[in-house]
Design a protein around this ligand. Structure first.
Ligand SMILES: C[S@@+](CC[C@H](N)C(=O)[O-])C[C@H]1O[C@@H](n2cnc3c(N)ncnc32)[C@H](O)[C@@H]1O
Length: 584
């Protein structure tokens, strides 16, 4: 390990411009750490995790196919926090088009900016990855030896460095990062096997997503407690033939030790599970079971999950307290519920989850996924979570095509939540039985002029909140901008105190929807000096180009959004100083 005193002499040099900074600080820094030139990749291209275009890292330090350290360096004044945010968001969503480097959470980042240089390592926090500071800097031999934990593709090629690359006796990289990668691999192997099973498809060959994920989760649950008989039973009931059963058993055997030692639990594995589900089961043509009389038929549905970093910032806006009751009534894969539960102190998080947090979704696939996700985070509380299959718009079943769970009803009564959070569906009304549904809505809210889903959801969110309750939704931009929704906006502004609107560029993979975060509190306490923060994260930002001109580069959306979140804290603190007023 190199210490800060090994590098402090780099920080006091007079620097003329960005190029000079690289010559006098960044290259010498990599030399001090002993990084050979062939393992430094300047301007390494990565996919923009959300949004279009590629982004470029200042440097990637890698060992064979394993990306080990992202280096972000800038001369700009007061840019350390920005550089850190950039590097962190690149590192936790690291995806590249370059085949020779694998996609994975990058275990370390190195930030040089604003007269400071620090190294950080990846640490799971909730369903997110955070980066915590190290006490010094990993030297190249240590980076090499840490890389061995991630089993680089071809260690033989590193033979000339063999004496230096024994695996570390006391690893610095967090083992959960590695476990998560293995867990994701296991989820894919299991799901690939189950995807070929006939009984998990409907008559037209369409995947029964819900049946597949239920079987998968049953197998995972049984593997956790080493109940092989239960695994066999689950597979037989699902109609797996002998050959398929053998494939499943072989996959389980490969990973058995991970289950036995409980390495397949915890936040990093929960994140890996959500990533697996997003990759394998989201997009335009997924399937949803619908009841027709006594029959169940699978219909097409589009399924998208909210990006983790957006969830994180939305939960942060809400300042969730341990006494708050929280609901996401369109919970999808359970991202908001997981983040909400992890936002209270660790020692009460499990109790908070099972007593104060409620999830509802109309899609059995999502209910199953959410329960499993929360089970990875809180394995001992998995059976107690309050996640229900129900139409979130109604407290009672209103339409027989969905198999509403009666147990949800008490949790769907209006006016009981301190926080209503989520990312409701945003299309034209798509639930069937239109005449009756619109009549019901008219009875509840008077005339309804438009039939976009989110208009129902925003009203319902307000209805579920208690007086003073906070409502934080990801809604289509159109809701806030289109003149046709002015009446609805007026209706909402009469019922709620606006806190912030943050307009985002396109954030869903394979979906062009442009969304905004809408955060408000039920029942207005307007004050003439009250500040409402209106912010916008653009898709591209101006950047000085090498030829001295200006170029437009894709925004690191999450880093920008985090900065907006920090600004909101300032605005909130200033508003808190104002005396309460009903002066409107
Ligand atoms: C954009 S997704 C939410 C994703 C979720 N925030 C996540 O992180 O995974 C919208 C969800 O709304 C659900 N949904 C649609 N109509 C619903 C209704 N009437 N009641 C409850 N859930 C509904 C869909 O099944 C879908 O899971």
């Amino acid at each position: 390990m190199k210490t800060h005193s090994d590098i402090t002499h780099l920080l006091n040099k007079p620097i003329r411009n960005e190029h000079d900074y690289y010559h006098k600080v960044v290259y010498p820094l990599l030399d001090i750490l002993g990084v050979p030139e062939e393992f430094r990749w300047p301007q390494f291209p990565i996919r923009n995790p959300f949004g279009s275009g590629d982004l470029r890292l200042d440097y990637l330090l890698y060992v064979q196919d394993v990306p080990m350290v992202i280096v972000e360096a800038t001369l700009a004044k007061e840019a350390f926090a920005d550089g850190f945010r950039q590097a962190r968001n690149y590192a936790r969503n690291f995806e590249t088009k370059i085949d020779e480097i694998r996609d994975m959470t990058v275990p370390f980042i190195l930030v040089a900016a604003d007269g400071d240089i620090r190294m950080f390592r990846a640490t799971p926090k909730g369903i997110n990855i955070e980066y915590e500071p190290l006490d010094g800097f990993l030297a190249w031999e240590e980076i090499m030896s840490e890389a061995q934990l991630f089993e680089p593709r071809d260690m033989a090629q590193l033979d000339f460095l063999r004496p230096a690359v024994a695996p570390p006796t006391k690893p610095i990289a967090r083992p959960e990062i590695l476990q998560a990668k293995l867990a994701e691999q296991f989820f894919f192997e299991l799901s690939m096997a189950l995807k070929t099973v006939d009984s998990l498809k409907d008559a037209s060959g369409r995947d029964k997503d819900d049946a597949q994920i239920m079987l998968m989760n049953r197998i995972i649950r049984a593997a956790r407690i080493h109940d092989e008989a239960a695994i066999d039973r689950a597979c037989q009931e699902a109609g797996l033939d002998k050959m398929m059963l053998e494939i499943v058993e072989a996959a389980l055997k490969r990973y058995q030790q991970k289950f036995t030692t409980r390495q397949f639990d915890g936040p990093a594995v929960a994140r890996a599970y959500r990533e697996f589900v997003s990759k394998a089961f989201t997009g335009e043509s997924r399937s949803l079971p619908i009841r027709w009389g006594k029959q169940v038929r699978y219909e097409n549905t589009a399924r998208y999950f909210t990006p983790t970093e957006i969830i994180q910032q939305m939960v942060r806006l809400c300042h969730i307290q341990p006494t708050d009751k929280v609901i996401d009534f369109t919970c999808g894969s359970g991202g908001f519920l997981a983040e909400a539960a992890m936002s209270v102190p660790d020692e009460i998080a499990g109790d908070f989850l099972v007593n104060n947090v409620v999830g509802v979704d109309i899609d059995p696939f999502c209910v199953e996924t959410t329960r499993t996700l929360l089970g990875f985070l809180f394995p001992d509380r998995a059976d107690e979570v309050k996640v229900f299959l129900h139409n979130g718009l109604y407290a009672k079943p209103h339409y027989k095509r969905y198999s509403d769970d009666k147990k949800a009803e008490p949790y769907l009564v209006a006016g009981q939540y301190d926080v209503v959070i989520g990312n409701p569906r945003a299309t034209f009304y798509s639930g069937g039985n239109e005449q009756r549904v619109f009549k019901l809505w008219e009875e509840r809210y008077g005339a309804i002029q438009h039939t976009w889903d989110h208009l129902f959801f925003v009203r319902r969110a307000i209805e579920l909140a208690k007086p003073g309750g906070r409502i934080c939704l990801l809604v289509p931009d159109g809701f806030l901008a289109n003149s046709q929704f002015q009446d609805l906006r007026n209706e909402i502004w009469c019922q709620c105190e606006m806190r912030t609107v943050i307009s985002l560029p396109r954030v869903f993979k394979n979906n062009n929807a442009k969304m905004s975060i809408l955060y408000m509190a039920k029942n207005p306490r307007w004050h003439p000096l009250w500040q409402v923060m209106m912010a916008s994260v653009p898709a591209r930002l101006e950047h000085p180009s090498e030829d001295g001109g200006i170029e437009w580069v894709p925004t690191n959306i999450f880093a920008e959004l985090e900065g907006v979140g920090e600004l909101f804290e300032v605005v909130t603190a200033e508003n808190a100083e104002l005396p309460a007023s009903n002066d409107r």
